[in-house]
Design a protein around this ligand. Structure first.
Ligand code: ADP
Ligand code: MG
Length: 332
């Protein structure tokens, strides 16, 4: 058997079985957005992400400043998904020997600006020569033990909400890749270059105990919803026409796809939050959206596990998605 048969998530499930540990301080190992380790009344949150040139980015699509900022932001988003506070990070770099120093000085300028904005401190890393650029950040955050939101807490009958609008980053990337339009829709390309981690939203939901489960949308709505459903052992119904789409997305989608929801359902890198909450929290959640000035939309509801994940079209017809989204190794 090779990796193309089981895909990235099949591999992670196997790694989880090969490496299970019973340390009582470990509240969460593999299987959530971060690992959670208890230290007294506080918990440490640990997450790491890998960005590889020509797999995750191309130098022609993203400049070094934005690449530096985004490398940190994708990790901040995982801390946001737990309702945590970012603290310290380490960065390891593989870089080609002919890389101009100015590339790295811009990269670190972006990294530093992002770190300052969200209160994280760079405390170390490692450096090596490599044919392609490889970026790995390991970020540490903290939280209070009772105030952390896992992927696993959703209950049958919860509402499912998402922040922001979906599909913009994937459509923005497509436009950068094709480079066909001179008048690029900046709102879309910016969402790809600088996804904003929803830290304040995540922290408010976790601290107030208004949500039951949360995940950030890095791989796409369907694939990440499915992770939350699997960890919570529930199913869900999602109403397609409630999925929040931006004005620019609506304007540009028809140039790239016949299906108006394709990028919103399966496109990655929006770094918005998806969360489950009991129906009695609706009022509080809509007031939170107003006070944080972040759109929050109810897109579905959780159901019993055996009903699986199903989408409902505007005409009321239901279907099970045949493909959830992008997964490393998996054959298309
Ligand atoms: P995210 O999209 O939130 O970054 P991933 O899908 O990358 O999460 O990872 C899911 C879970 O699997 C996390 O708990 C992560 O720490 C773990 N994980 C991913 N790759 C590996 C690996 N190679 N070895 C051990 N754990 C891994
Ligand atoms: Mg995540």
């Amino acid at each position: 058997m090779d990796l193309s048969e089981i895909g990235e998530f099949g591999l992670i499930n196997r790694i989880r079985k090969w490496t299970s540990t019973s340390d009582p301080a470990l509240l969460k190992g593999i299987g959530d957005d971060v690992a959670v380790v208890e230290t007294g009344a506080k918990v440490w949150l640990m997450t790491t992400d890998l960005l590889i040139e020509d797999v995750h980015f191309k130098r022609t699509w993203i400049d070094p400043y934005h690449l530096g900022r985004k490398s940190l932001y994708v990790n901040l988003s995982d801390i946001a998904a737990m309702g945590g506070i970012p603290k310290y990070f380490l960065i390891s770099l593989g870089v080609p020997e002919n890389l101009p120093l100015s590339f790295l000085s811009s990269f670190y300028r972006g990294l530093k600006d992002g770190a300052k904005r969200f209160g994280a401190d760079l405390i170390g890393g490692d450096t090596s020569v490599s044919e392609k650029i490889i970026i790995n950040i390991c970020l540490l955050g903290e939280g209070k033990r009772g105030n952390i939101l896992f992927r696993s807490g959703a209950r049958v009958g919860d509402d499912l909400f998402v922040s922001g609008t979906l599909g913009d980053a994937a459509l923005g990337l497509k436009i950068l890749q094709e480079n066909r339009s001179r008048a690029k829709p900046i709102g879309l390309t910016r969402k790809h270059l600088t996804p904003s981690p929803r830290l304040r939203l995540g922290q408010s939901l976790a601290k107030n105990h208004w949500a039951t489960a949360m995940i950030d949308l890095s791989d796409g709505l369907l694939i990440d919803t499915n992770h939350l459903l699997e960890e919570s052992r529930v199913g869900a119904r999602i109403w397609e026409d409630r999925i929040p789409l931006s004005r620019l997305y609506r304007k540009w989608i028809s140039s790239f796809s016949k299906s108006p929801y394709e990028f919103a359902l399966s496109g990655g890198e929006d770094y918005e939050l998806l969360f489950a909450a009991p129906p009695e929290m609706r009022g509080r959640i809509s007031r939170l959206a107003v006070s944080l000035k972040i759109p929050i939309t109810q897109i579905g509801r959780t159901v019993r596990k055996r009903e699986g994940l199903r989408l409902i079209k505007a005409d009321g017809k239901e279907y099970s998605p045949s493909r959830l989204g992008f997964e490393h190794f998996k054959r298309r």
